[in-house]
Design a protein around this ligand. Structure first.
Ligand code: DAL
Ligand code: ZN
Length: 288
């Protein structure tokens, strides 16, 4: 066992004391530095927190501004849609002949220059007399053809004997009737300018069962079918029994559009029962 002398022990204790003091000083310096860092970090943190609060506030403001902008855009979009539908309606109305829903039977008048725009030839398969050309307005022509096709599918024999008649043609026809019937012709034939036939949207139907002079047409299944179904194709009976314009004409049907024809059918009313302004409301959608 090695025995230290007193001098060595003293030196060691002094060295230990010096090291301890050194360590304490070092620890103190380290503590001071850490505290300074801590203070700096705390202040940086509070600055960052403030920034974050500001950013959140700005974000909220921006979100609100965005919501408002979106609402404004939606309002404009709505107004724009409304405008474009109004423009669409106006364009449609401008392109639709206002005469098509006017009351012609002794009320309105079409002059000798009125010829409807867009007349087309009726396909011979739908004509009663295959060699006699007939014309009808092209736009409602598909409705007329569908009506006749469906009548045929139902086993009926329905065809057209008369359609568009010009002012001059009506004038000639009326003169012929007048020679035979005198003023009696006014009961079944319109004066020129007052016939729905001049519109290009009226037709006289017949069937081989009665032929071109129509006698007994009201007793045929073809007429019964028309009464039940013609409205689905936009056609109405212009001169029903007891009308105040002409004799009962079960063969004479006028295209007025599906919406108006359906309304009249459901309400059991005639075209002439409605006021002109009520009829005019259906003009924009007459070919829908
Ligand atoms: N037969 C109808 C009334 C016309 O001539 O138009
Ligand atoms: Zn007729």
């Amino acid at each position: 066992m090695h025995i230290m002398n007193a001098q060595t022990q003293k030196s060691l204790l002094t060295l230990g004391g010096v090291i301890l003091i050194g360590l304490i000083i070092l620890g103190f310096v380290k503590y001071k530095n850490l505290r300074a860092d801590n203070i700096k970090l705390t202040s940086t943190l509070s600055v960052k927190e403030e920034d974050l609060l500001k950013t959140n506030h700005e974000k909220q403001e921006l979100t609100e501004a965005l919501t408002n902008a979106n609402a404004t855009i939606e309002t404009f979009q709505g107004q724009l849609n409304g405008l474009s539908s109004t423009v669409g309606t106006l364009v449609k109305l401008k392109e639709t002949d206002p005469e098509l829903l006017k009351k012609y039977s002794k009320v309105y008048f079409l002059n000798e220059n009125y010829v409807p725009k867009g007349l087309g030839d009726i396909d011979p398969i739908y004509r009663f007399e295959k060699t006699k050309p007939l014309q009808f307005l092209e736009k409602p022509e598909p409705y007329l053809y569908r009506l006749l096709d469906d009548a045929r599918l139902a086993g009926l024999d329905l065809s057209i004997v008369s359609a568009y008649r010009s002012f001059a043609a009506q004038s000639g026809l009326k003169s012929t009737y007048k020679i035979s019937y005198g003023s009696g012709a006014n009961a079944f034939s319109a004066d020129q300018g007052y016939s729905e036939h001049q519109l290009g949207t009226a037709v006289d139907f017949t069937t081989t069962k009665v032929g071109g002079n129509f006698v007994g047409f009201d007793k045929t299944p073809e007429y019964a079918w028309l009464l039940e179904n013609a409205y689905k194709y936009g056609f109405v009976l212009s001169y029903p029994k007891g009308n105040s314009y002409y004799v009962f004409e079960p063969w004479h049907w006028r295209f007025v559009g599906v919406a108006l024809a359906t309304r009249l059918h459901e309400d059991r009313q005639n075209f002439m029962d409605l006021e002109q302004r009520q009829l005019d409301a259906y003009l924009v959608n007459i070919f829908n």
